[in-house]
Design a protein around this ligand. Sequence first.
Ligand SMILES: Nc1nc2c(c(=O)[nH]1)N[C@H]1C(S)=C(S)[C@@H](COP(=O)(O)O)O[C@H]1N2
Ligand SMILES: [Mo]
Length: 194
Amino acid sequence: MDKRRFLLAGALGAVVAPTVAAPAPNARTGVGLLTVTGAIGRSNRGPIDPALDQLMVKHGRSFDKAWEFDAAMLARLPAMTIQPTLEYDAKAHKLTGPLLTSVLGAAGVAAGAAVTLTLRAIDGYAVAVSLADASRYRMIVATTIDGMPMSLGGLGPLWAVYDADRIPELADKPLKQRFALSPWGLYYIEVKAT
Ligand SMILES: Nc1nc2c(c(=O)[nH]1)N[C@H]1C(S)=C(S)[C@@H](COP(=O)(O)O)O[C@H]1N2
Ligand SMILES: [Mo]
């Protein structure tokens, strides 16, 4: 390395260093809320533990690496707000959370990747959606409803949901048929090359 490049590298290092000192982006410290597996580019945990990962084992899952999010990691992603009419009470509710594409992006899935997602919920409900549709629907991983964090036992803690009123192909359907792609109690996503 010549002297000029050395000095430049030093100057960049000085600028870059404080950023590097910020909390490691892959550190999960809070309760794991969402596990992303399959065709992911980044991982922050190892294989499924057949003894301790009870719900995932019950749901027949298996993986050798995954990206796990806690609430703080989800909260660091840009939040979106949607206000769809929900089928449960036929009322509009305000839902906030990151775009599903941002969540996958954090796990190292490229925005335009040709992949299918399987979204799994705590009660065993699972639904497949292409990343292209999830992106077109501007699907979010909602964490709050009407300003309140969603509860386990209700629709939460995470709900994959979209603004069906504003998606023509869904808004045309009766309310009861708009949310089949929308698992409440979302806790697991598999990413698979299409
Ligand atoms: N966790 C979970 N999410 C779910 C479901 C479910 O059974 N479990 N059913 C899906 C379907 S098929 C529809 S139409 C809507 C409403 O389903 P429900 O009336 O059975 O709640 O939620 C979707 N999300
Ligand atoms: Mo349904």
